[in-house]
Structures are given as structure tokens and as C-alpha cells.
Design a protein around this ligand. Structure first.
Ligand code: TPP
Ligand code: MG
Length: 810
């Protein structure tokens, strides 16, 4: 195991170190940086020769990352982007072999622990979820939240990672969570490119961290470009720390400490990081380290060359200011080393990197070759018996001559062979089928598994506990049922926190949290600024660090402002780490019909399409919502709960076990039995469906009303299908756009549950109009499904089935 930058020293203070120690540290740092550079050079070659698909590397950013690594301590977190390989090597959170394994997309967590081949290269993560789903210790380890490819997309999560330290330090009730923190001493390190600071997510995060005063250390790697676009077109005054100066804290104000340092000045970088991070850690003040004069020796990525858009003068400057070149010069000038020693070190480093690369490639190739030989043998045997022998033999020879074969080649050859012999009943064919089935399972595991953590802690395993009612149970406002539910859960589990716009002092705009801030304190129930993306990011970071956040988005219509974080970061987390990381955030919001274009949204199609990887809960009333919260707060997977905006003041009975009863995910409920038409709906529309059902009953039509309660998962017990087998007719009602949530439900029932075979009439959907609803009662009536619409839609289905009995209405 090579030495990391951390293991050699915990302090970089030239005055305190002997020259020998100092020399050793510097030389070791240079070695790490130089190996990293070789990995970048070799990595690019591997892409250009076709062994890997795409490459993006950290060359030109090495020296600052060596300095940053020195300030990184056990318990700390990184949330960064694709330039950080040197930091990862220097801390020991990754190594060269893993670097190449990921470049080759090795789908094995042993080889690529960050993503099991699922992510592009230089996307890092440490694994903090054990195989059985429990949390690994984070307080004593170095931690890296899983990278994503979107520029700036990781910033909101960084806020949450830093905020967790604040809660762990200030809320003494959390002391029992020892595996996550030591008195909140952990710093969350963020890295971001100069170009990506143009993103709104960067500014939103930056401001929020200044307000919250959290230990967040943001490094900006400034190479003056964002692919081809220069700083002049990215940043006002071409200088991000200059324009952020207003955030500098002053006597008596909150704010930041801002540092600016050049990316090739090793000593200045080491000193800056030590000073900045110490301040951040002890005082919980956010710091910005703007690292300027960085370069891109190989250009942005393997997708194109920077000679196209950088001037000769700029390229010459970059060459001269290459950080490793500068560090090397300084080392020789300061007599830390000699030209000969450096040449020796560099030759050894080159050789070592090459070895790591070869081993990583051979590891993958060896696995693929075993499978390739197996399938080739099976196809060859089939060729010996089959009428299509000649073609099959060609498949085998072509397969064996593929340069750098992959699993795609192996499986495609096997499937082709089966198609060519479809009419032959041969033993060898069956053997090939059996083998392909086995491989299919393995490949599913490799490429398609872990959308959810799916362990014993999954909310799907939380047992159903029915709501109990005293005989004289009170009827109270729906919001009070929720309030009682939250109260019980905050009492039960000290790690639960809730935050959002107006959530703290007034207990949210509909008073679900009313009175709870004064009862549990403002560290647990808090107000935030108007910043939906970072409300979710705050949740993601907290949940990664063992807390149980309820992150509130005030109205469903504003979920759009956070959809990047939900879709790119939260929903993909388990999948992109193949179960190595989890963030059980509960996103609470309220939606469906109310008034006007931005307070009546129900965009379930958008949500379902963009958030696979989260449970999507659509309770029809506050009691069902409470039961879902009780389930989710006991499980470990992320979820969105959409409460019915117009239901807070409707009366509901208070369950005696309001904090304990559970509504299981994926359990559809039959709300009303009927033999004529199955009507599936959810959320606010259900009340209107019930109203329509009464009128329909009066004209002799009995509808069966089903509430799936959660759209993801959808009706695991196929309650809809059972109903359809009885009624043979289906209507799906929702208030999304046509072809939105209702199309999803139709696909689930007709295709997934095979409801198609039980239909006697055309299945129908009744949704809202394509535009958003205008303001006012009439706007609602003419845009969203009304009781009239539902009665007539059901009637039309009955008319289709029996026109004599149900003549056309009009
Ligand atoms: C949201 C988003 N927009 C655009 C891209 C495409 N893209 C990838 S890297 C990049 C440039 C980033 O420049 P900068 O932040 O300066 O980082 P650098 O690569 O220079 O280190 C762009 C535009 C992306 N990945 N994500
Ligand atoms: Mg840049």
C-alpha cells in the first residue's frame, strides 16, 4: 500500500518539521501527483485506443489537491467533481487500480467500489452502507459522497453534509449517534470548476451556507475555461472570489472566510488549506478557497482537443505553469531533491502506473474471457448438431476475433445463436438457453440492481400496523392528525429533523408542524430561505450522515425548482453506487387541486418519470399520509409524500396509535365495492370519484373505487387486476396532463398486471386538460376532472358495453 499524503503527516508547518521529514513529505506528495498525472495520460490513451469509452481527468489540478488532502481528517466528507483523482489518491480513498477499473467500467464493487462500473471515470464514492444495509462507521473513516456528472449538481448535497456537523455539535441529544460524528468536528469539502460556479445551484448553496454557518470548505478549481467557453463569458469580472467578496464575514456578521491562491504554488497551497480548514472546523464558518492559474495539459476531456479554442499564447502559458512542473522546479531549487532523484522517481512511477493499468484491464478481460469461452463452446456444440451449423461457426469465430471483447459481445452471440435455431429441438440449444438464463441473472445484478437499497431496512419490510380508534375518537382537522403524527415521531426518534419554508416558527403554511418547534427546538424544526434545491440537498447530506430529515417543499408546483437534485442526485444514489450509499430523505409537499396555475399542480407523470429510485406516495387524506410517514420514518429509502392541499381542514378521526400505525407501501385499498367499472384514482380526485360514485349508484351503476396510495411501488398485490377480473372495465382518473400519471397507471395495470386480458371495453383515462388550471372555481371546473366528468366517463364505458341499457347521454 503506497503512502498517502495524509499518512505522512497531519500538519504541514515547515517551521515545526525537521528538514528530513519535510523532504520526505514533499517527495511523497510529488510522487502521488506524478502518478496521478501518468494515470491521466495513460487513461486518455486507453480511450483513444478504444479500451475505454470516455475519459475526463484531473491533470493540471494535482498540486492543490495534495494540499487539500493534508487538511482532510477522519470523519470529513468530500462532495466534488470529476477533477479530483489526485485528492482521492492522496487521501487513500481511491487508488490507481480502482481508477483504471472504473475507466474500463468493471461492474464489480471489489474492483470499482465507487460505482461498480456504472459511472464514467473519475466519479468517486466511498461505501458507507454495509452489505446487510446497516450503516458503516463514518466518524473514523474518510468519506466521499458519490459524484454526479452534472456541473454544480453536487453543491446542494454539500450543504447538507456540512449542516450535519452543525447539528451534531449543537444538538446534544444526538450524542448517541457516535458512528457519524465526533462533536460535529467534521468538515465537508466541496470542489467545483470555475465554469460550474455560473450555475444557480452554486449560488443558492453558497448563500445558504453563509446563513447557516456550517463547516463547508469549497475549493474552486479555476482553469479559466469551461470546455471552450472562457472566463470572460462565464463570470462577472472574470473572477469568482472577487465577486463573492460581499460574503466575507466582518466583525459581528456571519459570512465566509475567502482565500485565493495559485494552483502551482505548493507551499502557499499547503499553508492556505491548513489555515482555512482549521478555521472552518473549529469555528464552523464556511470557507472559500479560490485556486487560480490551474491548467488542462490534455484539454477538457477525450471528446476534443483544446488547441481548437485556446490561443498559442494561452497554451504556452499553461505549459509553463503546469503545477507539477512548477513544483518540481521548486523542489530542485530548494535542494529538496536532485534532478537524478526525480528522474528515478518518475521512471518508477510511470512503471507502477502502467502495472496498475494492466492489472485492471486483465482483471476484467479474464472475467469476460471465461464467459466468452463458455458461450463459444456452447454455440460450437450447437453448431455440431444444428442445420445452421455454418452460420453458427461463423458466430463463434467472429466472437473469438473481437478485439477487447465485452459482455455485450458474449451475450449477443448467444442470443443470435438461439434465434438462428428457433425451430430446432436440440439438447445443445437447451444447454445454451440454460446458460444464458444464468448469465441474465448475473448481468441483471451487475447492471440493473440496487435502484433501491433493498435490504432488511427497506420500508417495504415495515410491517403493517392498522390504525386503532377509541370508540369516542375525536373528529379533528386533518392537519391536526398530521401534527399528532409528527409529534409522536419526533418524540420517538431524536434523529428526525424537519425544515423548509415557514416550517419552523409557524409550523408550515398549513400548520402540520404547529407548536413543534417550541417543543423540540429550532435545531430539529427549522425555517429555511426560499431555496427548494438546497432544501432537498440539505436533506440528502443530512440523510447520508445518519439523520432522518423531512425536507419540505411548500407546494408541489415548486418541486420543479429542486427536481435536478431529486432526479440526478437523490433518486440515483443507491443505483449509482450499487448500494454503497443511501440517503433516506422524506420529501414532504402538498399539491393537487387548489387555485390557479401555480397552486394546483399534480405533475405525477413528470415525477414518476424523473424520480425512479424514490417511493412516490399520494395519500388521499391526512390519516393515510400519517400512516405513510410512520412507515417511511422506520425504513431507509427516500420518498416523496404529496399531501392533498385541499384536505387540511376536512375532519378526520384521530387514531389512538397515530405515531405507530403504518400504511404499507404498494398496498392498494378498495374504498368502495362495485361490480360494473373499476375506477382507479389517487390523492384529491378520490373525493370527487366518491361523490360521482353516489350519483352513479342512484342510476344503477356500481363502481369499484381503488386507491393505490403509492404510485411507486404500484399495487404490489394486484388489487386492480382482481377488481378488473370482476368488472372487466377500467377508468383511471387523475388531475395530471393527459398521458401523464394516468398513462403510467394504465401501463401498470394492463401490461404489468396483465389486466388487458380481463377487459371487455376500451380502458379509459380521465385527466386534467393539457394546460394548467386557471384561477377560481370555474377555472378548476373547466380544467380538472369534476364529478360530472367522472359520472359521464363511467357512463360512456357502460354505454359502450351495453348501448341498449345505457343510451347515449347527449
Ligand atoms: C448541468 C450540466 N451542464 C453542462 C454539462 C456539460 N459540461 C461538462 S463539464 C463542463 C465544463 C465545466 O467547466 P468547469 O466547471 O470550469 O470545470 P473544468 O472542467 O474546467 O474543471 C460542461 C459544460 C454538465 N455536465 N452538466
Ligand atoms: Mg474550468
Amino acid at each position: 500500500m503506497p503512502e498517502t499524503a495524509i499518512s505522512t503527516t497531519s500538519k504541514f508547518n515547515a517551521a515545526e518539521l525537521s528538514f528530513d521529514d519535510f523532504q520526505k513529505i514533499v517527495i511523497n506528495d510529488y510522487r502521488i501527483g506524478y502518478e496521478s498525472r501518468q494515470a491521466s495520460l495513460l487513461g486518455r490513451r486507453e480511450v483513444l485506443t478504444g479500451k475505454a469509452k470516455f475519459g475526463i481527468f484531473g491533470d493540471g489540478k494535482e498540486v492543490a489537491q495534495l494540499a487539500m488532502a493534508k487538511a482532510f481528517r477522519p470523519g470529513d466528507w468530500r462532495a466534488g467533481y470529476y477533477r479530483d483523482q489526485t485528492f482521492m489518491f492522496a487521501t487513500g480513498m481511491s487508488n490507481l487500480k480502482e481508477f483504471f477499473a472504473q475507466l474500463y467500467a468493471h461492474p464489480d464493487i471489489e474492483k470499482d467500489p465507487a460505482s461498480a462500473g456504472r459511472q464514467m471515470n473519475c466519479h468517486y464514492a466511498t461505501r458507507y452502507v454495509n452489505d446487510d444495509g446497516t450503516w458503516a462507521n463514518q466518524a473514523g473513516t474518510l468519506n466521499c459522497a458519490a459524484d454526479i456528472s452534472t456541473t454544480g449538481g453536487h453543491m446542494p448535497r454539500l450543504l447538507g453534509l456540512a449542516y450535519a456537523s452543525k447539528l451534531y455539535r449543537q444538538n446534544k441529544e444526538l450524542e448517541y449517534l457516535k458512528q457519524f460524528s465526533v462533536n460535529g468536528n467534521e468538515v465537508a469539502f466541496g470542489t467545483i470548476g470555475n465554469g460550474a460556479t455560473s450555475e444557480g445551484l452554486f449560488f443558492e448553496t453558497f448563500n445558504a451556507a453563509g446563513v447557516l454557518q456550517v463547516p463547508m470548505a469549497i475549493s474552486i478549481w479555476d482553469d479559466a475555461y469551461a470546455i471552450s467557453v472562457p472566463a470572460s463569458l462565464q463570470t462577472t469580472k472574470e473572477d469568482i472570489s472577487e465577486i463573492l467578496k460581499g460574503f466575507q464575514r466582518e466583525q459581528g456578521t456571519n459570512g465566509y472566510e475567502i482565500f485565493k491562491v495559485r494552483g502551482w504554488d505548493y507551499v502557499a497551497l499547503c499553508e492556505t488549506y491548513e489555515r482555512a480548514v482549521e478555521l472552518c472546523r473549529t469555528e464552523h464558518v464556511p470557507v472559500l478557497i479560490h485556486v487560480t492559474e490551474m491548467t488542462q495539459p490534455q484539454g477538457h476531456s477525450t471528446s476534443g482537443s483544446h488547441e481548437r479554442y485556446k490561443s498559442k499564447a494561452r497554451l504556452g502559458w499553461e505549459h509553463e505553469h503546469d503545477c507539477l512542473l512548477q513544483m518540481r522546479r521548486w523542489m530542485i531549487e530548494s535542494a529538496i531533491t536532485t534532478e537524478e532523484e526525480m528522474a528515478e522517481l518518475e521512471a518508477a512511477a510511470k512503471k507502477y502506473v502502467r502495472e496498475c493499468q494492466k492489472e485492471a484491464w486483465n482483471d476484467l478481460l479474464a472475467e469476460v474471457n471465461i464467459e466468452l469461452n463458455q458461450v463459444a463452446g456452447l454455440i460450437q456444440e450447437l453448431a455440431n448438431e444444428s442445420l445452421a451449423g455454418d452460420v453458427l461457426k461463423t458466430i463463434v469465430s467472429e466472437l473469438k476475433s473481437v478485439v477487447d471483447p465485452g459482455r455485450k459481445d458474449v451475450i449477443a452471440a448467444g442470443r443470435k445463436a438461439l434465434r438462428l435455431t428457433v425451430k430446432e429441438k436440440l439438447y445443445a440449444r437447451q444447454a445454451l438457453i440454460n446458460w444464458l438464463k444464468l448469465e441474465d441473472d448475473r448481468n441483471n445484478e451487475r447492471f440493473n440492481s440496487k435502484l433501491f437499497t433493498g435490504t432488511l431496512q427497506s420500508p417495504l419490510n415495515i410491517p403493517a400496523v392498522p390504525a386503532q380508534y377509541e370508540t369516542d375518537a375525536k373528529s379533528i382537522d386533518g392537519r391536526e392528525v398530521l401534527n399528532a403524527c409528527f409529534d409522536a415521531n419526533f418524540e420517538r426518534d431524536k434523529s428526525i429533523v424537519a425544515f423548509g419554508e415557514d416550517v419552523g416558527a409557524i409550523g408550515d403554511v398549513n400548520q402540520g408542524f404547529a407548536g413543534l418547534q417550541s417543543k423540540y427546538g429550532d435545531l430539529r424544526i427549522s425555517d429555511t430561505g426560499i431555496r427548494e434545491a438546497t432544501i432537498i440537498g440539505q436533506g440528502v447530506g443530512l440523510a447520508m450522515r445518519g439523520l432522518r430529515p423531512i425536507a419540505e417543499i411548500q407546494y408541489l408546483d415548486y418541486l420543479l425548482y429542486s427536481i435536478t437534485v431529486l432526479s440526478d442526485d437523490l433518486a440515483t444514489l443507491s443505483y449509482r453506487t450499487r448500494g454503497g450509499q443511501k440517503a433516506p430523505v422524506i420529501v414532504r409537499t402538498r399539491g393537487h387541486r387548489l387555485e390557479g396555475i401555480w397552486h394546483s399542480g399534480s405533475p405525477l407523470g413528470m415525477i414518476l418519470n424523473s424520480m425512479r429510485g424514490m417511493h412516490i406516495c399520494v395519500p388521499r387524506n391526512m390519516t393515510q399520509a400519517a400512516g405513510l410517514y410512520n412507515t417511511l420514518l422506520r425504513g431507509d429509502e427516500p420518498a416523496l409524500v404529496i399531501e392533498s392541499l385541499n384536505g387540511y381542514r376536512l375532519k378526520e378521526k384521530l387514531p389512538a396509535n397515530v405515531g405507530e400505525f403504518t400504511v404499507p407501501l404498494g398496498h392498494a385499498e378498495v374504498l368502495r365495492e362495485g361490480a360494473d367499472v373499476t375506477v382507479v384514482s389517487y390523492g384529491s380526485t378520490l373525493r370527487i370519484v366518491q361523490e360521482a360514485a353516489d350519483e352513479l349508484e342512484s342510476i344503477g351503476i356500481d363502481i369499484e373505487v381503488i386507491d393505490p396510495q403509492t404510485l411507486y411501488p404500484f399495487d404490489s398485490q394486484k388489487v386492480c387486476l382482481t377488481s378488473l377480473k370482476k368488472t372487466n372495465k377500467l377508468l383511471v382518473v387523475d388531475e395530471d396532463v393527459p398521458g401523464g400519471g394516468s398513462a403510467y397507471i394504465l401501463q401498470k395495470i394492463l401490461e404489468h398486471q396483465q389486466g388487458y386480458y380481463s377487459l371487455d371495453a376500451q380502458p379509459r383515462t380521465l385527466s386534467a386538460k393539457e394546460h394548467r388550471p386557471p384561477y377560481g372555481t370555474d377555472g378548476d371546473y373547466f380544467s380538472k376532472p369534476s364529478a360530472d366528468d367522472i359520472v359521464e366517463a363511467v357512463y360512456a364505458i357502460m354505454h359502450e358495453a351495453n348501448p341498449a341499457k345505457y343510451p347515449e347521454l347527449y
